[in-house]
Structure formats: structure tokens, C-alpha cells
Design a protein around this ligand. Structure first.
Ligand code: VGL
Ligand code: ZN
Length: 231
């Protein structure tokens, strides 16, 4: 051993063949997205859940959500994007018996709504559900309510059977069935994208919807808008 040890103390010189003006090219197309989070590319493993987009929750229905019909065209854009990629779609529905415990005459807090097989329980006619959409009925017995699409249903197993890992969730209502579905989805280990432009709140108390959204974000849901999807 014992050879010379050469310590190079000279700082690396900048490459001589690069003009300063050429160092950090920013394509104008990219500037549009700067500052906002990166765009979302739909991929295998994604599934869409349309929560309770039923006539009784729309204007004119027995438990109308303010501006609830706005979720129909908003969800249809996502539905088209999912259809174009042949990604799975699920639709939950409140499907109550006439004497459901959540109804006022049974001591509950809601007017009768979404009684199974009635027009009020049908999906909004303008909602463009694909033929292959999986319908999940919930709160189907008198004694139990279920705001979450996971409660008392096989939704989790059905999702896993399709290989879904990331759920895009929108519909009605932000502060009840969407909130509880998102909570359970996260607890079940799914990634959740909350479709902020495709949900509306009951807002029994002013701010309920905003608080629900905050809670969902704190639990780990990411709030997205359609424009954030990569084309
Ligand atoms: C819902 C109140 C009662 C909902 C269902 O879909 O958010 N809200 N039942
Ligand atoms: Zn209900």
C-alpha cells in the first residue's frame, strides 16, 4: 500500500456547454398545474361509488338535499371517465321498509324516504349508471339504520373482488351517507378520493357539510374535482 492519496478539493465546475438560459426549461403547458397538486390518472384498481342518488334526496323529494340534483351531471362526468376505462362502478341506495326506525312516526328524525320499490327510492333518472353497475341496498330492515354503504352489506367484499384499492366517492348527502361511507372505506383500508364537486349536504345545522368534508380530509380522504383528472 502506501501510495499517494490524492484529495481533489476542486469544486465541480458547471458544465461549460450549457447556457444559463437553457437550464430550467418550464413548458407553458405545465405552468397551469403548478401550485395545485398533480393531476389524477384513473387506473386499474380504481372504483367509483355513487352514494344514494335517489329521487327522495333531490329537489321535490321527501328528504330533499339543497341543490342535490347538481350531483347528477357532476357524477355523470366521472361515470363517463370510468366507462371509457372500463373501471367498476357501484351505486348505493337507501332501501327502507315502510316502518323504518329512522322515520319520524317510528321515533326517528327523518320524514319517510326511499321506501323500497317506490319512485322516491329510484335512482335519479338522469344518472348515467352503466349496465354493469353494482347496486348496493342498505338499511333494508325496520330496526337498523345504515348511513354507510358498507354497513350490513357486502360492499367491501364486492370491491375487493374487483381488485379495487382506490375509491372515488360522491353523491348524497355529504354530511350523512357520504361521510359514513368514506369513514368506513378508510377504515377498511381503501384509499379515498372525495368528489367535492359531486356531493351536496343536508346541512341540518349550517356548516354540517363543511365540517363533514373537513373530517373526511383529516381521516385521509383526498378531495378532488373533475378538472384534476388527467385526460
Ligand atoms: C341519508 C338521511 C337519511 C343519506 C339517508 O343518504 O345521506 N340521509 N337517510
Ligand atoms: Zn335513510
Amino acid at each position: 500500500m502506501g501510495g499517494l492519496t490524492i484529495i481533489n478539493t476542486v469544486a465541480a465546475a458547471p458544465p461549460q456547454n450549457v447556457r444559463a438560459s437553457a437550464r430550467i426549461p418550464i413548458p407553458f403547458a405545465a405552468v397551469r398545474h403548478m401550485g395545485s397538486s398533480s393531476s389524477i390518472r384513473l387506473q386499474t384498481g380504481d372504483a367509483l361509488i355513487a352514494v344514494d342518488v335517489q329521487n327522495d334526496f333531490l329537489p321535490g323529494g321527501s328528504l330533499a338535499v339543497p341543490d342535490g340534483d347538481a350531483v347528477v351531471p357532476a357524477l355523470n362526468r366521472y361515470l363517463a371517465a370510468f366507462a371509457a376505462r372500463a373501471l367498476p362502478v357501484f351505486a348505493t341506495r337507501d332501501w327502507h321498509p315502510r316502518n323504518h326506525c329512522s322515520f319520524k312516526e317510528q321515533g326517528g328524525i327523518w320524514p319517510p324516504h326511499c321506501v323500497a320499490t317506490t319512485r322516491g327510492a329510484e335512482f335519479a333518472s338522469g344518472l348515467a349508471l352503466p349496465q354493469a353497475a353494482v347496486v348496493i341496498s342498505k338499511a333494508v330492515t325496520p330496526a337498523a339504520d345504515a348511513y354507510s354503504g358498507f354497513r350490513g352489506t357486502d360492499l367491501a367484499a364486492r370491491l375487493r373482488a374487483t381488485g379495487a384499492t382506490r375509491l372515488f366517492i360522491g353523491g348524497l348527502a355529504t354530511d350523512y351517507c357520504v361521510l359514513n361511507t368514506v369513514r368506513d372505506a378508510l377504515a377498511e383500508g381503501f384509499e379515498v378520493m372525495l368528489l367535492a364537486d359531486a356531493t351536496r349536504a343536508v346541512d341540518v345545522q349550517a356548516g354540517d357539510g363543511a365540517r363533514a368534508q373537513q373530517e373526511m380530509e383529516q381521516l385521509g380522504a383526498r378531495t378532488v374535482r373533475y378538472e384534476e383528472l388527467a385526460s
